[in-house]
Design a protein around this ligand. Structure first.
Ligand code: FES
Ligand code: FES
Length: 158
């Protein structure tokens, strides 16, 4: 079957790729574009490891088709740091050891960034609810939540 030719924007760059009709955005990112930061934990929308932004909406890339990215804007974990400068969330995750194996980490970071962009002063409960779709088998979540709250305070300058 002929592949689809898709033009999209990824992390601010215009990108073209070919994909099968049923190929997920996650598979396109990882297998065609070699952006392997987004992880596949479950491939069924349950773990959040594949979280990306699609036209400003937080989505599971394993539940989106590659063709659906046509003429849209995709933001992945690869676009989070600016050159050598980590995003404050990335730095706080490192400083607070809010990761162990790291499989869940890109998804948590993308989701947490989306939260802080719409709510710069979340409560702990709001952070936990927002991140409820992101599963972590290692950390017990407390360090992740603390890192997000401290990043929010850092960005607010308090
Ligand atoms: S890999 Fe997409 S939600 Fe788990
Ligand atoms: S750090 Fe291993 S799954 Fe979260």
């Amino acid at each position: 079957m002929a592949k689809h030719h898709v033009t999209t924007t990824i992390n601010g760059d215009s990108v073209e790729f070919l994909c099968e009709t049923g190929q997920t955005l996650l598979d396109v990112l990882r297998d065609e574009l070699h952006l392997t930061g987004s992880k596949e934990g479950c491939a069924s929308g349950d773990c959040g490891a594949c979280s990306v932004m699609l036209d400003g909406r937080l989505v599971c890339a394993c539940l989106v088709l590659g063709v659906e990215a046509a003429d849209k804007s995709v933001e992945t974990i690869e676009g989070m740091a600016k050159g050598d400068e980590l995003h404050p969330l990335q730095r706080q995750f490192l400083e607070q050891a809010a990761l162990q194996c790291g499989v869940c980490t890109p998804g948590f970071l993308v989701a947490a960034k989306a939260l802080l962009e719409r709510n710069p002063d979340p409560t702990e409960t709001e952070v936990r609810y927002w991140l409820a779709g992101n599963l972590c088998r290692c950390t017990g979540y407390d360090k992740i939540v603390r890192a997000v709250l401290d990043t929010a305070a850092e960005i607010r300058g308090s």
